[in-house]
Design a protein around this ligand. Structure first.
Ligand SMILES: Cc1cc2nc3c(=O)[nH]c(=O)nc-3n(C[C@H](O)[C@H](O)[C@H](O)COP(=O)(O)OP(=O)(O)OC[C@H]3O[C@@H](n4cnc5c(N)ncnc54)[C@H](O)[C@@H]3O)c2cc1C
Length: 261
């Protein structure tokens, strides 16, 4: 079994955590075996590592591929969004234009039902291989920035829709220009039904609020950013403080989009 050391303070998008030895699954049997007592990560664009006692694994390069199946495109779960975006663009296929502006592996993206605006990965998924078995899209309960997928996603089959949309690509690129450049996980909280989480944080005076070197960005309050050598504990304290403040001020319980492990 392969192992590698990851320094989460460098590897994770929010630059938090410590050095850990993690296991690498080279085939589905290894992955299913590891999943019994290890936590599966993708590229750690949506995770805050808080516990250093956790056992972690990642899918190996065997899960990084793109295969044309005729009517569908099959993609290994370790493949990164940019690679899939470029493949679809090159082949003039639509539906994943947002993947050019959204970091992650296809496993993480499917699990999180990631997307931008009304464009979500569930719209283009035909089926997903979960714990070694293919399941059709209709059988999976995709929610806003989450899904009921429980276990190892090893591959996805995406629909082929004619026509890559460059206007959409540009729209998503433009959205990123207004967002903070400091290390983050993207949005920290999910948007409650009738009001964006960023607006709530702003109304509560939490825009720019800082504990240690972690802060809610001045540019966009729902981005929890690392100002340099921030600590996971400060991130968690800020999240908990924001939740209790918004509960008191608006009677709304904010739900994390970011996954804390
Ligand atoms: C700057 C920035 C902007 C972002 N903007 C957006 C945005 O606009 N919209 C959006 O939706 N997200 C956004 N995100 C969040 C992130 O891009 C997505 O959540 C993405 O899906 C994370 O993929 P990952 O591979 O890094 O997953 P990780 O962060 O490693 O893991 C996320 C979750 O997926 C699970 N997981 C990972 N791989 C697998 C697998 N193979 N099988 C089963 N479960 C798995 C993990 O256990 C974990 O629960 C942003 C992040 C950043 C840093």
């Amino acid at each position: 079994m392969l192992e590698r050391q990851i320094d989460f303070a460098k590897y994770s998008s929010i630059k938090l955590g410590t050095k850990l030895n993690i296991k690498i699954a080279q085939d589905i049997d290894e992955a299913l075996n590891l999943a019994t007592n290890h936590y599966l990560i993708g590229k750690v664009n949506n995770i805050i590592l808080h516990s250093d006692g956790i056992r972690i694994f990642q899918l190996g390069s065997e899960f990084d591929y793109i295969k044309d199946l005729g009517d569908l495109v099959e993609i290994g779960a370790r493949s990164v969004s940019k690679k899939v975006f470029l493949y679809f663009k090159k082949n003039n296929l639509g539906g994943v234009e947002f993947l050019g502006s959204l970091p992650g592996t296809m496993g993480g993206i499917a699990k999180m039902n990631a997307g931008m605006k009304e464009y979500e990965i569930k719209n283009i998924i035909h089926s997903i291989c979960i714990n070694g078995e293919w399941q059709n899209n209709e059988k999976i309960n995709f929610q806003y920035r989450n899904s009921n997928i429980n276990g190892v996603i090893s591959a996805l089959r995406l629909k082929k829709i004619d026509g890559f949309d460059s206007n959409l690509e540009n729209l998503f690129k433009a959205m990123r220009l207004n967002q903070p450049k400091e290390p983050s996980c993207g949005s920290c909280f999910k948007n409650p039904p009738n009001i964006p989480a960023g607006k709530l944080l702003d109304l509560a005076g939490l825009k720019g609020h800082r504990i240690g070197n972690m802060a809610f960005s001045q540019k966009h309050a729902n981005f929890l950013i690392n100002l340099g050598s921030g600590k996971s504990k400060d991130a968690i304290d800020l999240i908990n403080m924001a939740k209790s403040t918004i509960l008191k001020s608006h009677n709304i319980m904010l739900e994390c989009e970011v996954v804390i492990i």
